[in-house]
Ligand binder design. Structure first.
Ligand SMILES: Nc1ncnc2c1ncn2[C@@H]1O[C@H](COP(=O)(O)OS(=O)(=O)O)[C@@H](OP(=O)(O)O)[C@H]1O
Length: 384
């Protein structure tokens, strides 16, 4: 009896000690998490993180918003696109969209690929259909005129490319409404080279900012006057400032059209990476054979355009192509392309300081582009 009593007493004692220890542990933790000291310890940690960020920010002035690869391709479209199938007998909708970047070689891409018998392009060139609300509202009965004569079941790649599609916020959503399996191609190029080419191009167009840009005689002057403003607007509004820039600060598009990662992230919300082909302007210019190989593979097209179909035009210095079926040589008109190499070099010259500033401006964005696409493009190789 006495033994049983002692045993009970011992068990009670052990339980009491265990319970006490647990109680002490948890109350301490709870108190700690509410205590000023605990918070000041955390905020010191946070502060040091913020300090680091500020140091970095001072240097690079903006931290691009992070991308989330888990979301790629997941966002559903809220747009509605009614094809009205009656029109499908004599025209078929695009299944491949070219979305810029402006001045990176999109024209040469179309020109070369158009030599594949199953690569059918929008008739009449850039349709500017998907972002333009007044055209979009007219729907397929309007858009289909670009694709007349293309059968829906001919196994063709049907392509429409408008460089502005890259930078207009509603476009990916609308493209998804048109066809969730749409394939998309981007041509990226050195951001500074692109800026210079845009600087040469805009004053010769009817774009609304043609006079603003045309008022600058040298690209360096617009860098001095616009870049500080763009930086401070980005600081104030974050990357939202870049979105739909044509609608609120079109002259600054010369700079923000080179921030490829901002636009790519937006497209990736709607389309998975495997539906997107990223090419490089420099490659289209210097080795279009490689571009043709990649593109035919991506589009599951038979490799009809081969290395031997390309040759360099001795007068212009640009690549031309022989039609794979007839071997007839074709060169792209150099009237509207290749301006940057013909202009007085002083117009496009940058001081060391301007070059440095621009490189610093694009660096944080290009670093993020590296994270998404790796060092595959030559202008990323030295930073990725
Ligand atoms: N084969 C060939 N022939 C001529 N030009 C070539 C070629 N390949 C690439 N490029 C480069 O393309 C630049 C024009 O880019 P885009 O065609 O995208 O311009 S546009 O956005 O459609 O206006 C153009 O830029 P600029 O030299 O500033 O005109 C060229 O650098």
């Amino acid at each position: 009896m006495e033994r049983i009593y002692l045993k009970g007493l011992f068990v009670c004692f052990v339980q009491f000690v265990l319970f006490g220890a647990l109680y002490w542990h948890f109350t301490e933790r709870i108190e700690e998490s509410f205590s000023f000291e605990y918070y000041s310890k955390r905020s010191n940690k946070e502060e040091s993180k913020t300090e680091k960020f500020l140091e970095k920010e001072d240097e690079l002035w903006i931290e691009p918003t992070p991308y989330n690869s888990k979301k790629w391709g997941k966002t559903q479209s809220h747009e509605n696109f009614n094809y009205n199938e009656a029109y499908f007998s004599n025209s078929a909708p695009p299944n491949f969209i070219g979305a810029g970047a402006k001045k990176c070689g999109t024209g040469a891409f179309k020109f070369f690929m158009g030599h594949h018998q199953h690569f059918k392009q929008a008739r009449g060139g850039e349709a500017h259909f998907i972002y333009d609300d007044s055209k979009w509202a007219l729907g397929w009965p309007y858009y289909q005129k670009y694709f007349k004569g293309y059968g829906p079941n001919d196994g063709n790649v049907i392509f429409e490319g408008t460089p502005r599609y890259m930078v207009e916020n509603l476009v990916p959503e609308r493209v998804k409404a048109m066809n969730p399996l749409m394939k998309i191609v981007f041509v990226f190029c050195d951001p500074i080279k692109r800026l210079k080419s845009d600087f040469m191009h805009v004053p010769l167009t009817k774009e609304p900012h043609n006079r603003i840009i045309g008022a600058y005689s040298k690209v360096g002057d617009i860098i001095d006057s616009a870049l500080p403003d763009i930086k401070s607007k980005l600081k104030l509004h974050g990357e939202d400032y870049i979105t739909d820039i044509y609608r609120h600060d079109i002259a600054h598009s010369l700079f923000t059209n080179s921030i490829y990662v901002h636009h790519l992230k937006h497209w990736l919300e709607y389309f998975p990476k495997n539906q997107i082909l990223i090419l490089e302007g420099e490659e289209i210019l210097k080795s279009p054979q490689k571009m043709a190989k990649k593109t035919q593979k991506f589009l599951n097209l038979e490799e009809e355009i081969k290395d031997e179909h390309f040759f360099i035009n001795k007068t212009s210095g640009y690549y031309c192509i022989k039609n794979p079926a007839t071997l007839e040589p074709h060169c792209m008109s150099t009237k509207a392309k290749g301006r940057s190499s013909k202009v007085d070099p002083e117009v496009l010259e940058l001081s060391e300081e301007q070059e440095k500033e621009l490189n610093e401006f694009f660096l944080p964005f290009n670093l993020q582009l590296c994270e998404i696409i790796g060092p595959s493009l030559s202008f990323l190789k030295h930073i990725c």
